[in-house]
Design a protein around this ligand. Structure first.
Ligand code: SAM
Length: 262
């Protein structure tokens, strides 16, 4: 799997690629990340990568040509790296106007051969480059960042942790929130040492050693939390037949006694 990232600030990625549990994936080459600066493809002494918007108005717009030259170099580099192999991967632009990133999209990217990720800056990118080259636009949500670099890191991190062998405990992402292979519900609360911390204790059941009861308690916690903050996910799990009789009994009880602890 290979990701090429087009960014005016490649230095932002250096600490990201050498930190945390995903570091091994990058270091081992399981996931290859290549950084490309469109400024290296810009002309003139000043290597301009932006200019004022036609029609006036505030801010600057990223020039199409340095981005196009950069993308063409990436395609040539991919071809050289795998002669005869598949070099055509989608081109992704991070943009507030794109489709929202979610677990299903992350899983799809995780099963892919990679992509070219384009990080916008300033007011954005000349629309003609987007028309010519961009296959997908991805948004992190309804807010505006200064640049697409953090969005690219978000996508990389979410995708890379799903690769087999990346997490220390292989099973851990199975129980993460939103996993459709499980039930798509939210995760349960977690506790660790000490047993008493600043007046708060750990739920007794977690210290009981009764694994069947602990499993049921965790399931109930997941149901209660999801019902409270994301009820549509419970509805979806029900529609998919992913809730058992015990789950339904718990949820009915929750409706009748909303103040009880799960
Ligand atoms: N003028 C643009 C607008 O209002 O839609 C915002 C441009 S923003 C200042 C600069 C760059 O940050 C964008 O081109 C995009 O790459 C990135 N960006 C900003 N907000 C984002 C978001 N919510 N999701 C993904 N990328 C975002």
């Amino acid at each position: 799997m290979r990701f090429d990232v087009i960014t005016l600030f490649p230095e932002l990625f250096a600490p990201f690629l050498v930190s945390g549990v995903t570091r091994r994936a990058y270091e081992s080459g399981l996931v290859e990340v290549k950084l490309w600066n469109p400024r290296d493809f810009a002309e003139g002494n000043y290597r301009r990568v932006d200019d004022r918007p036609f029609g006036g108005g505030p801010g600057m717009v990223m020039l199409a040509e340095p981005l196009a030259l950069c993308l063409e170099r990436i395609r040539a580099d991919r071809l050289a790296a795998s002669p005869g192999g598949a070099v055509s991967v989608p081109t992704v632009l991070f943009s507030p106007t794109g489709g929202a990133l979610n677990h299903a999209a992350v899983e799809a990217w995780s099963a892919s051969a990679g992509a070219v990720l384009i990080c916008g800056r300033y007011e954005g990118i000349d629309q003609r480059f987007i028309n010519a080259f961009v296959d997908h636009e991805i948004s992190l949500g309804d807010f505006v960042l200064s640049g697409g670099e953090i969005a690219a890191m978000v996508l990389l991190d979410a995708v890379v942790r799903l690769q087999p062998g990346v997490l220390n405990d292989e099973g851990s992402h199975q129980f993460d929130s939103f996993n459709p292979a499980l039930d798509g519900l939210l995760d349960c609360p977690h506790y660790t040492r000490p047993e008493r911390w600043r007046g708060q204790t750990v739920p007794d059941i977690l210290l009981s050693g009764n694994h069947a009861h602990i499993e049921r308690w965790r399931r109930d916690q997941r149901l209660a939390l999801t019902q409270r903050v994301r009820p549509e996910l419970v509805t979806k799990a029900r529609a998919q037949g992913l809730l058992g009789a015990g789950d339904e009994a718990f949820l009915t009880d929750l409706v009748e006694n909303p103040d009880q602890d799960a």
